[in-house]
Design a protein around this ligand. Structure first.
Ligand code: ZN
Length: 74
């Protein structure tokens, strides 16, 4: 299981999709090495910190998945 998040190279938004950006149709890339996993609490914590500090923007469903820890489902 690798990272659930992809980032659009074109608009920089994050998505759970793997084929293309749902916002602009741009190419996706893995935003950073897939160290994040549901068991990696520390990694999740850091990701949440970034989200909450406004450094990265996630859609609500992704936020919920991260917070609940069941991110591997979608
Ligand atoms: Zn995009």
């Amino acid at each position: 299981m690798d990272s659930i998040l992809r980032r659009c190279r074109n608009c920089g938004r994050y998505t759970m999709r793997k084929d293309k950006c749902p916002y602009c149709g741009g190419e996706l890339e893995v935003p950073h090495p897939p160290k994040y996993s549901p068991e990696d609490r520390y990694g999740r914590q850091r990701l949440l910190m970034k989200v909450m500090s406004g450094r990265i923007k996630l859609s609500r469903d992704i936020m919920d998945a991260l917070i609940s820890g069941h991110s591997s489902k979608q």
